[in-house]
Design a protein. Structure first.
Length: 591
């Protein structure tokens, strides 16, 4: 199916010969000739970045076409090119309308057209340029090059025969180099080594198609690639354009094809896809790779890829649609707005997969009295966009907000009749201020405590009874003296100075019962019983699995068979800060 589609009617079809009407001159709006360009679509031209450097608008003329009218156009940068000789010397020029009648987009040569062969170790190429000492119709230069003459991994060396009357010089930059026998374009002229006589030079450089596609991926929609027809290939590229990939592309490649060597430096998902299609010799190689890739795509890209497969490769749909993103989370951040901070709060909800943000966050500023209702609405909105049924809810809040009963709030899933309690999924809080990149020292302390905590396979929970007489300094010194403490369980609602001391020392895991102790004997006994129960339930849990274990415990607390108001899983807060989940030093959640 993938090899039977036709290219859209407004795309260039691959033919045996090109008529050369794609050649164009590029001038400034004031009539100064800057160089040449190649018409690649009815409204776009390819040229060098240095040809259009410093200008936003240009005039484009197709010599010999119609009445030679100059057409206004806009420069479209493709790279961060800055100076001659830099990599990425390529740009687009977009016509305000379409090219005039008689000007047709070029046909591109095959990617291996300049490969040395027994019958032709070097290939003759021609280009139409517009030197200042020639009239506006330009003149031709004949050069030779081959793909084994690579320079800096970016260009190919291209020479002019000494006997040729026209040398390469100013005005040829951006000119399409084409094969005379077919007229198909194999690259563009970028620069030349000029002689002292002012007549130009015999040695130049060209940018081949293999380099151009590195910077302008949409050119792949126009190239005669054998592995897929025009339209499905273009739609596949569009489906993964600007994709957020939540794992290293080379690792995904190695996971699909363990025998393939390392290919570090893929610029995008599309670059990895076309590498597999063109270089990996494996049966059903592209389908295999897309199945692996799908598990690491943001939800929007994943949905587009599934839609593409339904249209062009239905047999691939089960593998792509069944790929489930891992470690999916919705992070809810509460901040004090610049204005009205005493009465209002800024709420941001944002999805993250495998530690990477996959979409912009939704942000609202609301009265603090409406905090629960607005947060529930934002979480509901985010849940409706997730394809993963398994996710966590993370509340990045200030220390004074740790004890809010987030697990008692609700969200609505698509297709359900009633809202679900947030405790039904793993839910925990962490310190939003600790995620400030400036807090490197504190970040290091948390990492050290976490490594100690995770050194074994079972978590050890240290008990904090409610009648301890410690103040901040004594509590801090107790924890500081025992570097093996990584998890604390409080028998009752912890004092703020205890929480501050534990956070300042870098404790990564804490749990507490959101009920204050009345400080009498009966209440002490009840809280001690809670503490013993929660420690017994969680001791031995893998630290990485603790949020899921706490979620199970909260569910049991609400069950009419196993729970009740006195169950330790009710009114339970989990602070959980695995430093490996986010970049360290950690980044601001709204970055």
């Amino acid at each position: 199916m993938l090899g039977t589609a036709r290219a859209p009617s407004d795309w260039p079809m691959i033919s045996d010969v090109s008529d050369g009407s794609w050649r164009a001159r590029i001038d400034t709006e004031y009539g100064q000739t800057r160089g040449a360009g190649v018409l690649v679509t009815p409204s776009q031209l390819l040229t060098c970045a240095h040809v259009v450097d410093g200008v936003d608008r240009v005039l484009v003329t197709f010599p010999g076409i119609g009445n030679g009218e100059s057409l206004p156009a806009t420069v479209i940068p493709l790279t961060q090119w800055k100076r001659r000789g830099d990599n990425g010397d390529v740009a687009l020029v977009g016509l305000d309308g379409v090219a005039p009648r008689g000007a047709e987009p070029c046909c591109f040569a095959a990617l291996d057209a300049l490969k040395p062969r027994a019958e032709a170790t070097s290939h003759v190429l021609r280009a139409l340029g517009f030197p200042a000492d020639i009239d506006a119709n330009g003149t031709y230069v004949e050069m030779s090059s081959s793909s084994d003459r690579a320079v800096g991994g970016e260009w190919l060396a291209a020479d002019v025969e000494a006997a040729h009357l026209q040398r390469v010089k100013g005005g040829f930059s951006g000119a399409g180099l084409y094969l005379p026998e077919s007229g198909k374009v194999a690259g563009i002229i970028t620069d030349a080594v000029l002689e002292d006589d002012g007549r130009g030079g015999y040695i130049g450089r060209m940018m081949p198609l293999t380099t151009i596609r590195r910077y302008w991926e949409a050119i792949d929609d126009l190239l005669p690639l054998p592995w897929m027809d025009f339209q499905p290939r273009a739609e596949l590229r569009e489906a993964v354009a600007n994709a957020t990939v939540t794992a290293d592309l080379d690792r995904i490649l190695k996971g699909a094809f363990p025998m393939v060597g390392s290919q570090d430096g893929f610029r995008s998902a599309w670059a990895a896809i076309r590498y597999v299609a063109e270089s990996v010799q494996a049966e059903h190689g592209l389908a295999t790779f897309l199945h692996k890739l799908a598990a690491h795509l943001g939800d929007g890209t994943w949905s587009r890829l599934v839609d593409w497969a339904r249209r062009w490769a239905p047999e691939w749909v089960p593998g792509i649609a069944g790929a489930e993103a891992r470690a999916t989370a919705i992070v809810i951040s509460l901040r004090t707005p610049t204005r009205n901070g005493k009465t209002h709060v800024e709420i941001t909800a944002r999805p993250r997969v495998d530690g990477l943000w996959i979409a912009p966050g939704e942000t609202l500023v609301t009265r603090r009295s409406q905090l629960q209702a607005v947060t529930e609405g934002l979480v509901t909105s985010q849940v409706s966009t997730l394809r993963s049924a398994k996710f966590t809810l993370e509340f990045a809040v200030r220390r004074s907000e740790f004890c809010l009963p987030f697990d008692e709030w609700h969200y609505q899933e698509p297709g359900t009749s009633q809202p679900r309690p947030m405790r039904s999924v793993p839910l925990f809080v962490w310190d939003v201020e600790r995620r400030d990149p400036r807090n490197v020292t504190l970040s290091s302390r948390i990492r050290e405590r976490w490594e100690t905590l995770a050194h074994g396979t079972e978590i050890a929970v240290t008990q904090v009874k409610c009648h301890l007489p410690y103040d901040y300094r004594e509590f801090h010194d107790w924890l500081d003296a025992d570097e093996g403490i990584g998890a604390l369980a409080y028998a009752s609602l912890p004092r703020q100075d205890w929480l501050n001391a534990a956070l300042d020392i870098g404790i990564p895991v804490m749990l507490w019962y959101r009920r204050a102790c009345a400080a009498d004997g009966i209440d002490h006994i009840a809280h001690d019983r809670f503490l013993a129960d929660i420690v017994a339930a969680l001791t031995g849990t893998d630290p990485e699995h603790l949020p899921a274990r706490v979620a199970q415990y909260r569910k049991a607390a609400m069950s009419p068979l196993t729970g009740g108001e006195d169950h330790p899983g009710r009114h339970l807060t989990l602070f959980w800060d695995d430093p490996g989940r986010l970049t360290d030093p950690p980044l601001n959640t709204t970055a």
